[in-house]
Design a protein around this ligand. Structure first.
Ligand code: SDX
Length: 392
């Protein structure tokens, strides 16, 4: 092409990395964390146990788990100045906007754990992030609804503490419902890590420059917010509510198939899974269980099931191997627990923080690690000389 050339750098464009943390087989619909299948972890483990597994590579003994849980619980409070920091936001700010800002500011409060060359500071920063992200998420919710912040309580579980900080008010005690606590913990497990997705790759790329872990996690939160990624859980429930009743589904399926229409079925499709997302299978089952146990009937769940049935029998979705992903059913459960859709991606970021931190630690301790530098295939103009404005 005369006015541009394609620079062939003689390399394959696979920007890949080695990792021992999570394995995905997109065709077989397999997801393993350190070799353990996600459905077994979701049914039998706890988020604290999975967090230990992701960080350390092995399931903990009882003593190891107790020590880890105790350590995390002792980092759950945040600096009081952070409460002041929150008051700089507008009340109607999206909670993800607040999380981007507040987590990015953490290195201004915890600068004694930002030296990435010091293993002890890396350990403390990792534990601080895992412990404080639920506190900050609950504060973002409280700030958005104009209620006072609630302090963490160390005698509650990780999920129970988050629920209490989110839903309790000074006027009356909040009793953590074991059904909701278990559903929350399971949702955290299902969102904990997922190989080199966009936000994890963002955290790794930011970390490869030597940026402190708080700044790297803030970068991951920013990337996760997009509707093509973690923002899809909020978009999926909004879409299901907009569809309303099953008779409106064909109209939305037609739009999703129309190349000229930017609309996509939110919660469907995946960069890697060309079979069922195993997390969606667990969440689909959990949605029915949680709503039944809570005695809630939500027509959105019926719409979701009918949408899934119709889409999976449609040749377009069959040909393009589009299945429900982790974001399709999660919102039904989160809504039943009492979260507004604006908090859905915050909950995704809360859970994914341990995966980001595990991946960051793996990257930062790799002796062969260099700064990330994705290459490009140049398709712009060939070299040309400057022309003065009177000649143009
Ligand atoms: C997450 O990477 C991860 O692991 C992410 C994640 C994690 O845990 O970190 O799993 C979390 O981000 C899940 C995905 C959440 N996003 C959504 O639900 C948004 C809706 N889905 C999409 O926008 C889309 O499916 C992507 C972005 C997720 C992936 O799109 P790709 O890369 O195009 O790949 P695909 O196989 O899904 O799509 C192939 C084709 C495309 O058609 P062509 O351009 O090739 O002609 O199917 C079409 C797409 O246009 N398509 C859809 C569709 N998703 C893809 N058509 C209609 N509705 C959809 N939802």
């Amino acid at each position: 092409d005369t006015d541009c050339f394609t620079y062939d750098p003689g390399f394959t464009s696979t920007a890949s990395c080695e990792s021992k943390i999570t394995y995905i087989d997109g065709d077989a619909g397999i997801l393993l964390h350190r070799g353990y299948p996600i459905d077994q972890l979701a049914e039998k483990s706890s988020f604290m146990e999975v967090s230990y597994l992701l960080l350390n590579g092995e399931l903990p003994s009882k003593a190891e788990l107790d020590k880890f849980t105790y350590t995390i619980s002792r980092h759950t409070m945040v600096h009081e100045q952070l409460a002041t920091f929150f008051r700089g936001f507008r009340r109607d700010a999206h909670p993800m906007a607040i999380m981007c800002g507040v987590v990015g500011a953490l290195s201004a409060f915890y600068h004694d754990s930002t030296d990435i060359a010091d293993p002890e500071q890396r350990r403390i920063a990792s534990h601080r992030l895992i412990a404080k992200i639920p506190t900050l998420a609950a504060m973002a919710y409280k700030y958005s609804v104009g209620q006072p912040f609630v302090f963490p309580k160390n005698d509650l579980s990780y999920a129970g503490n988050f629920l209490n900080m989110t839903f309790s008010v000074p006027a009356e005690d909040y009793v953590v419902d074991p059904i909701i606590e278990s559903a929350m913990d399971k949702i955290f497990i299902l969102h904990a890590d997922h190989e080199q997705n966009a936000s994890t790759s963002t955290v790794r790329l930011a970390g490869s420059s030597g940026a402190n872990p708080f700044a790297c996690i803030a970068a991951g939160i920013a990337c996760l917010w997009g509707p093509a990624h973690g923002g899809a859980n909020e978009a999926a429930l909004n879409m299901l509510r907009e569809i309303g009743t099953p008779d409106k589904i064909p109209e939305y399926i037609a739009r999703a198939k129309n190349k000229d229409d930017p609309f996509r079925l939110m919660g469907f499709g995946h960069r890697v899974y060309k079979n069922f997302d195993p997390r969606a299978k667990v969440l689909s089952k959990a949605a029915t269980e949680v709503l039944d146990k809570l005695g809630i009937s939500d027509p959105v769940l019926d719409t979701a099931r009918e949408l899934e049935r119709i889409a999976l029998s449609d040749q377009y979705f069959i040909d393009k191997k589009l299945y429900p992903n982790v974001d399709f059913y999660s919102g039904v459960i989160l809504s039943a627990i009492g979260f507004p859709t604006s908090m859905f991606t915050v909950l995704f970021a809360l859970a994914r923080t341990v995966g980001w931190i595990a991946q960051w630690n793996e990257m930062i301790t790799d002796p062969a690690q260099k700064i990330g530098r994705p290459r490009q295939l140049y398709t712009g103009p060939t070299q040309r000389d400057y022309v003065t404005v009177d000649q143009r």
